[in-house]
Design a protein around this ligand. Structure first.
Ligand SMILES: NC(=O)c1ccc[n+]([C@@H]2O[C@H](COP(=O)([O-])OP(=O)(O)OC[C@H]3O[C@@H](n4cnc5c(N)ncnc54)[C@H](OP(=O)(O)O)[C@@H]3O)[C@@H](O)[C@H]2O)c1
Length: 255
């Protein structure tokens, strides 16, 4: 249904992913559309976006609902990371309360292929006990906010890869930190796993191309992977590609 308004339709993109940035770029310059991207501000990257940008939390469901009203948001695309469960829950509730149309853009999950040795767990907290069955050297590619779930494992040595160096020391007894922003290459990740004599890889099932290299590298080296499944999603319309999200927005402004 097209929105019949004289003023531009205001779209809020909840971002922090490559897909969110790509959507903002794909919608740049569309007549009758104003785009604001929102970032949590966890890292310093990803701010070179067309349209308007706001950074930082909204203050829960009520804060987001208030923002939707104040900024006169007509449409919201939640393109946050598959594991950013809190903002996704909040967006669903705030949009329902404010009567704002919401679309979830979520990249497909990774699927195992021949040669993969994946063991599924449902949360970082259950990944930690699963490591008891594996060797001491662990490549921990879960992201900064999930490291605490492994802090009690004093008999493991963790190789931790983060986008940026953290301000505070890692809460792990034995860890080596490497920093890097994807996309990563399989040959480089294979070399990294070999250099650190990694026995097992721990990752969230983020999907996408940028961070897949470690899985191809693990497969090539015959290494097991502890794969953390995605959290449940609120009900609502969902698409898997930037193109489909763009079409959803364009349909709502009658283009
Ligand atoms: N989780 C991951 O593995 C991961 C990986 C790559 C990128 N990211 C990106 O990093 C950001 C934070 O992820 P998270 O897992 O910490 O999220 P989260 O746990 O779902 O959200 C925690 C709080 O951070 C704020 N927030 C999150 N995303 C926001 C956004 N796009 N704009 C404004 N505020 C936001 C909200 O604060 P208020 O309640 O105050 O509104 C939210 O309640 C997200 O934008 C996500 O797309 C996450």
């Amino acid at each position: 249904m097209a929105l019949e308004t004289a003023t531009p339709t205001h779209l809020l993109i909840l971002g922090g992913t490559a897909e969110a940035a790509a959507l903002a770029r794909r919608l740049d310059g569309v007549p009758g559309l104003q785009v604001t991207s929102s970032l949590a501000g966890r890292t310093t990257g990803g701010r070179d976006l067309p349209g308007s940008l706001r950074v930082g939390g909204f203050g829960g469901v009520d804060g987001l609902a208030a923002y939707l009203a104040t900024a006169e948001i007509d449409l919201l695309v939640d393109a946050t990371h598959p594991f950013a469960a809190e903002i996704t829950r909040n967006a669903a509730a705030a949009c329902a309360a404010a009567g704002v149309a919401r679309l979830r853009l979520q990249r497909p999950a990774w699927q195992p292929m021949t040669g993969d040795r994946w063991e599924y767990v449902d949360a970082p907290a259950t990944a930690a006990p699963a490591l008891g069955r594996h060797g001491a050297n662990v490549f921990l590619a879960t992201g900064r906010s999930d490291l605490a779930a492994f802090s009690h494992l004093g008999d493991k040595h963790f190789l931790v890869r983060l986008v940026e160096s953290p301000q505070a020391p890692l809460e792990l007894a034995h860890a080596t930190l490497v920093t890097g922003r994807g996309p990563f290459r399989e040959a480089e990740d294979r070399a990294l796993l070999q250099k650190h004599a990694i026995d097992v890889v721990v990752t969230k099932n983020s999907g996408g191309d940028g961070a897949y290299a470690k899985l191809a590298a693990a497969r090539a080296l015959g290494l097991p992977v502890v794969m953390i499944d995605r959290p449940p999603e609120p009900e609502g319309e969902t698409v898997a590609s930037v193109n489909d999200a763009r079409d959803w927005v364009l349909a709502r402004i009658g283009r």
